[in-house]
Design a protein around this ligand. Structure first.
Ligand SMILES: [Zn+2]
Length: 286
């Protein structure tokens, strides 16, 4: 996701620039000429709330109009060129990521999935929190990826990721965290990579749904008195929060019929811990 971040940083810096040059030094210039674009945009009067006034807003906007038009459309189209470059770079990067994800299951973005070798792609429902001021691009990638792979004949389902990075897929006990991405299961004495383990758990969920139409019990929340609220709240014919609802949203863990387990390489596409948690997912044998 580097092109987008680079572009946002560039735009931020550009907007912070104060007008300079001798012609701006004269105090006779109206205030608006001395402000940066960021200041102009953040000083527009509110359109909502108690002090909202469309008239004030439009008046201020008209004062600033020339500066804004110069910024967004003038200046040799610098803004539009940067925007176009970013979009192109982003698209190419999305293609590359989608391709490397599909390669795990022996496909590519230019190839329809054969009907006799179907692949189920599980996508986590989790939403990312981005710790930087830049928002997460995960859902932006998914809005590219999900329609693409569906059009190629892949089956995409979304899965609730509850406990998937907390419990061991082998013995179903809680794991302990060793480092940021390394987990240890005391019960089986096995180390897990957090993302790989989460993906294994997600493929367990998908498999259980296919075989028994329910989520594995070890990946259910349990109350203090040992009840499973999700199981109790489930009514026949209706998928609940834990369900494998066919739909959109985050995280990919493809499960291939007759495939082998491979680590997904998606470390490029995020900068925060939460993002990485959903990356590096696994393709797993069903
Ligand atoms: Zn274990």
């Amino acid at each position: 996701m580097q092109p987008v971040f680079r572009y946002r940083r560039w735009l931020d810096d550009e907007k912070r620039l104060k007008p300079e040059g001798p012609e701006w030094q004269h105090q006779s210039k109206p205030d608006i000429e001395l402000l940066s674009i960021a200041e102009i945009e953040s000083h527009l009067p509110p359109l909502r709330g108690p002090q909202a006034s469309v008239v004030n807003y439009v008046n201020k906007l008209e004062e600033a109009e020339k500066r804004l038009i110069d910024f967004y459309n003038g200046n040799n189209n610098t803004f539009q060129k940067h925007t176009w470059d970013m979009k192109r770079a982003k698209h190419i990067e999305y293609q590359a990521i989608a391709n490397s994800l599909l390669r795990i299951v022996g496909g590519s973005i230019g190839e329809r999935r054969k009907d006799d070798n179907p692949v189920l792609i599980g996508v986590g429902l989790g939403q990312f929190r981005s710790s930087s001021r830049l928002s997460s691009l995960h859902s932006s990638f998914l809005s590219y990826f999900v329609p693409l792979v569906r059009s190629l004949g892949y089956i995409v389902i979304s899965l609730n990721e509850f406990y998937t990075s907390k419990k061991c897929p082998d013995c179903h006990e809680f794991v302990t965290q060793v480092t940021l991405r390394k987990l240890f299961c005391r019960n089986c004495g096995r180390y897990h990579h957090r993302d790989v383990m989460a993906a294994e758990n997600m493929s367990n969920i998908a498999r259980e749904y296919l075989l028994n139409q329910e989520r594995p019990l070890y990946l259910h929340p349990v109350t203090a008195d040992g009840r499973y609220p999700w199981v109790e709240s489930r009514s026949p014919g209706q998928e609940t929060a834990e369900g494998a609802t066919v739909g959109a949203s985050t995280t990919t863990a493809p499960i291939q019929a007759g495939g082998t387990r491979t680590r997904k390489k998606r470390s490029k596409c995020g900068t925060t811990q939460e993002k990485r948690e959903r990356q590096g997912k696994v393709a797993k044998k069903l």
